[in-house]
Design a protein around this ligand. Structure first.
Ligand code: PNS
Length: 173
């Protein structure tokens, strides 16, 4: 009998980028099932609601049968245990990521010694890319088409487009 290898890829995904998708696709080559799990973090005010992010990731990964999309609150290792996942996937872009990621991996190891953190280095072309960079560019009207899937690019731009109804000088018809 072969054992199916399940991995959890946790994160905020606010929004999902081509960098995240690159990691997900490569993780699919290594594991049988990848659960992309959005942390519900009460201390953060994300640009996108949980439902919006779930939908964006489901749409962006619809061609990857090994991928499931879910959300969780609390400790990542507890979520991983609940789903029989032995691996946590994290992407590493640069040295600047390393300190924080190492601390997180060590913390998780003390909490759940049976779970391994697997770091995948992001492809060179996405080494600068983060959800924050995407939002920053869009906020100032720059193009993000090369950074996120088309539906996400539209959704991000809409968030930063002033709604006419909310403009005080709009005439009331
Ligand atoms: O996309 P992000 O914001 O870099 O993801 C961070 C995340 C969600 C992986 C991390 O904050 C996390 O695992 N939070 C859950 C709480 C937890 O398990 N903490 C212990 C490890 S420090």
């Amino acid at each position: 009998m072969t054992t199916r290898l399940t991995a959890v890829y946790p994160g905020s995904f606010d929004p999902i980028t081509y960098g995240h998708l690159d990691i997900i696709k490569r993780a699919c080559q290594l594991c049988d099932r990848i659960i992309v799990a959005i942390l519900v973090n009460p201390n953060k005010s994300p640009l996108f609601s949980l439902d919006e992010r779930l939908e964006q990731i489901r749409h962006a990964t619809r061609h990857l049968p090994a991928v499931q999309v879910d959300s969780f609150s609390g400790l990542t290792v507890n979520y991983a245990r609940m789903h029989n996942a032995r691996i946590l996937i994290r992407g590493l872009r640069a040295i600047s990521d390393f300190e924080m990621e190492l601390q997180m991996a060590h913390t998780n190891k003390t909490l759940a010694p049976e779970i391994e953190t697997l770091f995948l280095t992001t492809s060179n072309e996405y080494s600068f890319l983060s959800s924050s960079v995407v939002k920053e560019i869009a906020r100032f009207g720059g193009s993000i088409d090369h950074l996120v899937p088309p539906e996400v690019a539209i959704a991000v731009s809409q968030k930063f487009t002033p709604h006419p109804a909310s403009c005080p000088s709009s005439p009331v018809l």
